[in-house]
Design a binder for this molecule. Structure first.
Ligand code: AKG
Length: 334
């Protein structure tokens, strides 16, 4: 079956050879505006809540999307931290809105992903993250890792694509990513738990190459950095005066193990589902968060739309609240 993609043969070759490709013009930057606005609205709503609860004095309504959260954090780490948690949200992919779903299922993004996966049958994951990296604050600095370090071991040799979508121009100054190229075909490096801000980390001696050889993955707004799940990457401090907003999204072929067909037959009030559900989700590369079909020529009727996506995310969020890390990495202290 012919795969329809917007990428050139050279871009696809580069991705598979180098472990990444930066495509600077996947979107018209204006196409990211709805998501920026919906995130800004979420900040406004949450600050209002905090103000009503008497926790926050200044909502900084005069500040734009790229500055407001940083000013709230500067006033109070506690309020800023609460907002960051709300937007990053580790469970169920955190923040969601129709605009978020529109990005995940955006025809231009899916078209590129189809070319990299060589298939029209594409599954997206709820394990996506929104990252507002605040200026001069270390919390958003992500240490060296491969995304597979977070996934189940049986998927180490599968292809899962991360699409890193900056919502502002991502530069060295505001803390874009660094990538170690041509190292994604080797085995998974040893990771440790307990890196900066609780992230997994590959210690320097465990990296597959000298980190000084890493490339800087600067990317304009409208562009996307595509990486494999075994591409080592990290991100550096934001020394600019504005927030480096980005979203990272994950996709795989429908043939790669997923939990898209798993659904609880029953669930009690505490969110404990039936045993068959937990058995079924263990085949997935990241069992705790719901996968869903976003592109299909074979089964267009099974493609998930916004309401189905929200329902799947929320159900998984409840039923898998006790599931934690996929593998027993040692801790940095050990
Ligand atoms: O956005 C960042 O700073 C890091 C992103 C990342 O590590 C990822 O998408 O896996």
């Amino acid at each position: 079956m012919a795969v329809s993609t917007s990428l050139t043969t050279e871009q696809i070759r580069h991705f598979h050879q180098e472990g990444y490709v930066i495509v600077p013009d996947v979107f018209d930057p204006a196409e990211l505006e709805p998501l920026r606005r919906s995130l800004h609205a979420a900040i406004a709503e949450k600050t209002k809540e905090l103000k009503t609860a008497g926790k926050l004095e200044n909502e900084h309504p005069e500040l734009e999307f790229d500055h407001r959260l940083a000013a709230i954090y500067r006033d109070s780490k506690e309020n800023g931290g609460e907002l960051l948690k709300h937007l990053e949200g580790l469970r169920g992919g955190g923040f969601h809105s129709p605009e978020m779903f529109d990005l995940i299922a955006h025809p231009k993004l899916i078209s590129a992903v189809r070319g990299l996966l060589h298939t029209n049958e594409v599954v997206a994951s709820s394990a996506y993250r929104i990252r507002p990296k605040l200026p001069q604050i270390g919390r958003g600095n992500v240490p060296w890792h491969q995304d597979s370090g977070y996934f189940a071991e049986h998927c180490d040799t599968e292809m899962i694509i991360t699409c890193w979508v900056p919502m502002v121009d991502a530069t060295v100054e505001n803390g874009c990513m660094q990538i170690l190229t041509r190292t994604h075909r080797g085995s998974l490096a040893r990771h440790h738990t307990g890196g900066n801000a609780g992230f997994l980390v590959i210690e320097e001696e465990d990296l597959p190459d000298d980190p000084r050889k890493a490339i800087t993955a600067a990317c304009p707004r409208g562009g996307v950095v595509f990486m494999t799940n075994r591409t080592p990457h990290c991100s550096t401090p934001n020394s600019s005066d504005h927030i480096r907003w980005s979203a990272d999204l994950r996709y795989q072929s429908a043939e790669v193990p997923s939990n898209r067909d798993a659904w609880p037959e029953s669930m009690d009030d505490a969110g404990k589902a039936d045993d068959a559900f937990y058995e079924k989700i263990t085949v997935a590369c990241y069992p705790p968060e719901a996968d869903f079909l976003v592109s299909s020529e074979k089964h267009p009727d099974q493609v998930t739309h916004y309401t189905g996506y929200v329902e799947r995310r929320e159900t998984y969020d409840k039923a898998t609240a006790d599931l934690r890390g996929m593998r027993p990495w040692p801790s940095v202290e050990s």
